[in-house]
Ligand binder design. Structure first.
Ligand code: UD1
Ligand code: UDP
Length: 356
C-alpha cells in the first residue's frame, strides 16, 4: 500500500477520519491499522461507526498493559505487518503509545513517517504522552502541525523547516463536519437533565491513578456538584479508583459510561462548562465556545487558552473557578488559525505530493 494509517486509542479516531477521507477522494491506496490499544465498544467501535471511518484492515489486538508491555506488543505486531507489505509512508496520530510504537518500527525499517499533530509540547516529561511526542517528532519525515506554537517548538528542536507543514487541526474538521448532529436537547433528555449542567471527563494518571489524587479530585468534583449538576462520562482508567473514593455518592453527580462521539459532544454543547484533563476536549470546547476548566498544571495546547475558552485550574481552585465561570457570560473567541475544517485535505495534499 501507499499509505498505512496507524490508530489505536479513542483520540486517534477523530483525527484520522478526515485524513483517510481526503486520501480516499484522491484515490490513494491506503490501509487502516487498529493496534487494539483501546478495544471496548464505547472506546473504539462507536467512533468508526459514527465518523464513517472504514473498518480497520487489521486489528493487532494489543490491548492493555504497562507502558512497555503495550508499546512493545504494538511494535512486534507492526514490524511483522510492515515487513510483509511495506507501505511507502506510515501516518501516525497524536501522542498515544500506538503512535510511538508505529513511528519507531517504521523508522527502523526506513519507511517514512508522517506525524499528524506534531510539535505539541507540555514540557512535562512525567506525562507518557510528552515522551511519545518528542520521540515521534524526532523520527518523522513529515510533521503536520495544528498550531503556530507547535511549528515553533519543532524549529527550536532543530527539525528542518521543509519537513514541517502547518496544516491545521483535523480533530476540528471532524467536529465541524458533525456539528449538526450535536443535539443538546437530546442529551438533556437522555440524562434526565432539566436545567443547567456541567460535564466532566478525567483520565490522566496524575489525577486518577493514586488513591490520594483520586480522593482530592472527588472532593473537588463534589464541590462543583454543590453548584451545578455534573455528568461524568467516566473513562475506564479512573473508574474503579474514583468510585472507591466515593464519586457518584453525591446526589447531583451522574456517573455514566464513556459516551459515543455524537452523544458526548451533544452533552458538551448544551453544558455550562466542562471540567477535563483530556487533550482533545480542550480543543473541542474552544471551538464550541463552552468554558473549559483543565485540571492540569500545564497544557500542550496553549492556543486553547490564548484563542479559546480554556483555563488551567488546580483541584483546590476548582470550586471557586466554577462559581466564577457560572456567573460570567461566555465571551466570543476567534478560532485558532486554520481550525477551519480543512486540515484533512491540506494533509492529504502534502501526502499525495510526497508520494508523487
Ligand atoms: C491512553 C493514552 C492517553 C489518551 C487516552 C485517551 C497512552 C500512553 N495514553 O490512555 O494519552 O489520552 O488513551 O483515552 O497511550 N481500558 C479499558 N478498555 C479499553 C481501553 C482501556 O478498560 O478499551 C482500561 C484498562 O484497564 C487499561 C486502562 O484503561 O489498563 C488504560 O488504558 P491505556 O490504553 O493503557 O491508557 P489510557 O489511560 O486509556
Ligand atoms: N470523547 C467521547 N466520549 C467521551 C469522552 C470523550 O467521544 O465520553 C471524545 C472527545 O470528544 C474527543 C476524544 O474523545 O473527541 C478525546 O479523547 P480522550 O479524552 O480520550 O483523549 P485525549 O484527547 O486526552 O488524548
Amino acid at each position: 500500500p501507499a499509505v498505512v494509517h496507524v490508530t489505536g486509542a479513542r483520540p486517534n479516531f477523530p483525527k484520522a477520519a478526515p485524513v483517510v477521507a481526503a486520501l480516499a477522494r484522491a484515490g490513494v491506496d491506503q490501509r487502516l491499522v487498529h493496534t487494539g490499544q483501546h478495544y471496548d465498544e464505547r472506546m473504539s467501535e462507536v467512533f468508526f461507526r459514527q465518523l464513517g471511518l472504514p473498518e480497520p484492515d487489521v486489528d493487532l489486538g494489543v490491548g492493555s498493559g504497562s507502558q512497555a508491555t503495550q508499546t512493545a506488543a504494538a511494535m512486534v505486531a507492526l514490524e511483522e505487518l510492515f515487513t510483509a507489505a511495506p507501505p511507502r509512508v506510515v501516518v501516525v496520530y497524536g501522542d498515544v503509545n500506538s503512535t510511538l510504537a508505529a513511528a519507531l518500527v517504521a523508522a527502523k525499517l526506513q519507511i517514512p513517517v508522517a506525524h499528524v499533530e506534531a510539535g505539541l509540547r507540555s514540557f512535562d516529561t512525567t506525562m507518557p504522552e510528552e515522551v511519545n511526542r518528542l520521540v515521534t517528532d524526532r523520527l518523522s519525515d513529515l510533521l503536520f502541525a495544528t498550531s503556530p506554537d507547535a511549528v515553533a517548538h519543532l524549529g527550536n528542536e532543530g527539525i528542518p523547516a521543509d519537513r514541517i507543514h502547518f496544516t491545521g487541526n483535523p480533530m476540528i474538521d471532524t467536529l465541524l463536519a458533525n456539528l449538526d448532529r450535536f443535539d443538546a436537547d437530546r442529551a438533556r433528555k437522555r440524562h434526565a437533565l432539566s436545567g443547567p449542567y456541567a460535564v466532566a471527563t478525567l483520565h490522566r494518571p496524575a489525577n486518577v491513578d493514586a488513591t490520594e489524587d483520586a480522593a482530592a479530585l472527588v472532593a473537588g468534583l463534589h464541590e462543583v456538584a454543590d453548584q451545578v449538576p455534573l455528568v461524568l462520562p467516566l473513562h475506564p482508567r479512573g473508574r474503579a479508583r474514583l468510585e472507591e473514593a466515593g464519586l457518584g455518592r453525591h446526589p447531583a453527580v451522574r456517573v455514566v459510561e464513556p459516551q459515543g462521539y455524537v452523544e458526548f459532544l451533544s452533552l458538551v454543547r448544551g453544558s455550562e462548562l466542562v471540567v477535563t484533563d483530556s487533550g482533545g476536549v480542550q480543543e473541542e470546547t474552544t471551538v464550541l465556545g463552552v468554558p473549559c476548566l483543565t485540571l492540569r498544571a500545564n497544557t500542550e495546547r496553549p492556543v486553547t487558552i490564548t484563542h479559546g475558552t480554556n483555563r488551567l485550574v488546580s483541584r483546590e481552585d476548582l470550586p471557586d473557578t466554577v462559581r466564577e465561570v457560572l456567573g460570567t457570560p461566555a465571551g466570543e473567541h476567534p478560532a485558532p488559525p486554520l481550525w477551519d475544517g480543512k486540515a484533512g485535505p491540506r494533509i492529504a495534499d502534502v501526502l499525495t505530493g510526497f508520494l508523487r
